[in-house]
Write a protein that binds this ligand. Structure first.
Ligand code: NAP
Ligand code: GCO
Length: 265
């Protein structure tokens, strides 16, 4: 049955930064497809408050507080999952930050913080969960990339450097681990309406006009748009997809021009 391709019953999924935004949307979809959902964050308050939102769709999530940049913290958290839920079958490296600061004004410490969370942390968490996936000869890793994995723009140098690196880290993980029947792919969201983009979307910010003009779909993406794509990459339906970045962007990357309405030139 075709539905079985997307059935995640019996799988354990870990979503880093999964207490809201894109991470929560992914957790909800994978959970409704049958996976046991483990949600990570660094905020006790968000870990507590997210439970009720997951419960609204009938999900009882397992929450873990750990800093994805801290190897010992990650090891402790994943060990707890392995002991209390089971070995991680599906890892979504979703946790991430952005700092919008021009290069000349950006402290190196800020640059390094973004690299640590957005690039090094996916490596740390993946290295921790991969051995059990190798043992089982089965696993799915989804790295949260970005349009900035392939394009730059002013003021997001650290973020683009990290997400660009994550694109090729994804490729390299696939090169080394595909032989163990582990599929490692990325998702490249376009402009999605979350707290991360609120500063450039709300309050009449001109960037909102740019996104609306440059996105053929004529809208900001919703976290659920990304969650739905994650279901494909987390399921058996993508067993021969590896090292790929699936862009979920309303067509913005395909569009050099701008959206004019009915009478496009
Ligand atoms: P968000 O609302 O800012 O969520 C990011 C999550 O990561 C938060 O839950 C945050 O926790 C968590 N986090 C940050 N540092 C962490 C750490 N050291 N350890 C554990 N968790 C940590 O952002 P979002 O828009 O949902 O984005 C999620 C992912 O998609 C990010 O990787 C982002 O780069 C990527 N992305 C977003 C867009 C977009 O347009 N929104 C587009 C492309 C890619 P706290 O809230 O507690 O700090
Ligand atoms: C920005 C935005 C973007 C999005 C996303 C686009 O300031 O340009 O935050 O970086 O978050 O990464 O794919």
């Amino acid at each position: 049955m075709i539905q079985q391709l997307f059935d995640l019953t019996g799988k354990v999924a870990l979503i880093t930064g999964g207490t809201h935004g894109i991470g929560m949307a992914i957790g909800k979809v994978l959970g409704q497809a049958g996976a046991k959902i483990c949600v990570n964050d660094i905020s006790d308050e968000k870990l507590e408050s997210c439970k009720a939102e997951y419960a609204e769709v009938g999900l009882n999530v397992f929450t873990l507080k750990f800093d994805v940049t801290n190897e010992a913290d990650v090891d402790k958290g994943v060990s707890q999952i392995e002991a209390e839920v089971g070995a991680v079958d599906i890892l979504v490296n979703n946790a991430g930050i952005i700092k919008r600061i021009p290069i000349l004004d950006m402290p190196i410490s800020d640059f390094k913080q973004v690299i640590d969370i957005d690039l090094v942390a996916p490596l740390i968490v993946s290295k921790r969960v991969a051995p059990k996936m190798i043992e089982k000869r089965s696993g799915k890793i989804i790295n949260m990339c970005s349009m900035m994995s392939v394009y730059g723009r002013n003021s997001v140098s650290a973020y683009a450097a990290a997400k660009g690196g994550l694109k090729l880290l994804t490729a390299n993980m696939a090169c080394e681990w595909a032989k163990y029947n582990i599929q490692i792919n990325g998702i490249g969201p376009g402009y999605i309406a979350t707290s991360q983009t609120a500063p450039i979307r709300e309050g009449g910010h001109p960037f909102n006009d740019l996104v609306m003009m440059r996105t053929p779909a004529g809208r900001w993406g919703e976290p659920e748009d990304v969650g739905n794509a994650a279901l494909f990459l987390a399921s058996q339906a993508s067993n021969f997809v590896n090292g790929h970045i699936l862009f979920v962007d309303g067509g913005i990357l395909a569009n050099f021009g701008y959206v004019q309405g009915e009478n496009d030139l």
